[in-house]
Write a protein that binds this ligand. Structure first.
Ligand SMILES: [Zn+2]
Ligand SMILES: [Zn+2]
Ligand SMILES: [Zn+2]
Length: 324
């Protein structure tokens, strides 16, 4: 059981888990041969000759055994004095990105990485058929400090609400388009692409750069050059190209920063009545190299000592060292 609670001043939802007690694991539940350790798969890339929930897959998606939101619940919002609370309705799935227990986006075959992106798209398109879900987010954590399970995997979480972070980006996008009749992200890509000082990787279809006012050192964004609010609409050709760009970006980060812990997030438009064509989907990557200070927590003002241009130069130099 979990519950969503709304903080009444900032109107920010939080998830409160009430029965979170993951048990210690004896063997990796994501390795081939352990398929019975996970709930039955909801998607897999596997040869036709293999059966569901048996080895032979290259990418496998399963519901999380310990979800922080559950599909069975009804989202019914209810008041509790002046507070709002809601049942933890949602879906929480795990994308097992490869059968290999030790692997990295920086070293994965490009076709394997494309398979992972395919799984993201397939699950996003399927989950949105449940109209209780207003937003789907994809998150990946890499490194011993940010994930309990080392086997490469990402989380797909479908939510009954639009999280505050996305809401803020939507508002910014909307305000800019009201004023300029254009997409702010398209304009940013245009400027970064012509100046190049923060660009790390670029193809005809995608651009990856350190944002001008990054919140975290070495923070990196990856965006499609063609305007689209919805990752679910990505084409096969775009997936193939994105896989190449992602491998390059993660190689840069891995070499330049000595395989840091990192988090990756996919930001795409909310769903149903909150679908917003003005939005522009993107990935954000946050290498976790900074020392955390209280100031950011106290003020919401981010401070770091690596200028984005220098971060981009370091990442790019590392990429050139690895080659393609
Ligand atoms: Zn494993
Ligand atoms: Zn755009
Ligand atoms: Zn974003």
């Amino acid at each position: 059981m979990s519950e969503l609670r709304k903080e009444p001043v900032l109107q920010r939802w939080v998830v409160v888990m009430k029965d979170h007690q993951p048990r210690p694991l004896e063997r990796c539940p994501f390795c081939p041969g352990s398929e019975s350790e996970t709930p039955p798969e909801v998607f897999a890339i596997r040869p036709d000759s293999t059966r569901r929930d048996t080895p032979g897959w290259t990418v496998r998606v399963v519901p999380n055994k310990y979800p922080f939101l559950r599909i069975e619940e009804e989202p019914a919002k209810r008041a509790y004095g002046l507070y709002d609370r809601m049942n933890g309705v949602g879906a929480h799935e795990i994308v097992i990105e490869t059968p290999e227990h030790v692997q990295h986006f920086a070293t994965m075959e490009i076709s394997q990485l494309a398979g992972v992106l395919n799984a993201y798209r397939a699950r996003m398109l399927d989950l949105r058929r449940d109209t209780r879900f207003k937003h789907i987010v994809i998150v990946k954590n890499h490194g011993p400090n940010v994930t309990a399970l080392p086997h490469p995997h990402s989380h797909i979480v479908a939510l009954p609400i639009v999280p505050r972070r996305i809401d803020e980006e939507l508002k910014g996008t909307f305000n800019y388009s009201q004023f300029h009749d254009r997409c702010i992200y398209c304009d940013i890509i245009g400027q970064e692409s012509s100046r190049k000082e923060r660009m790390i990787a670029e193809t005809d279809l995608f651009a990856s750069f350190v944002p001008f006012a990054s919140r975290y050192p070495y923070e990196t964004w990856i965006l499609p050059k063609k305007h689209s609010c919805d990752f679910g609409q990505i084409s096969d050709a775009e997936i193939a190209d994105l896989a190449k760009v992602m491998r390059q970006v993660f190689s840069c980060i891995r070499v330049a920063l000595n395989d840091p812990h990192y988090s990756l997030a996919l930001h795409s438009s909310p769903l149903q009545e909150q679908y917003r064509p003005q939005y522009h989907w993107h990935f954000e990557v946050r290498p976790r190299v900074e020392v955390v200070h209280g100031f950011e927590w106290a003020t919401g003002l981010f401070i770091h000592s690596i200028p984005p241009e220098e971060a981009a130069a370091q990442l790019k130099a590392a990429c050139e060292k690895v080659g393609d």
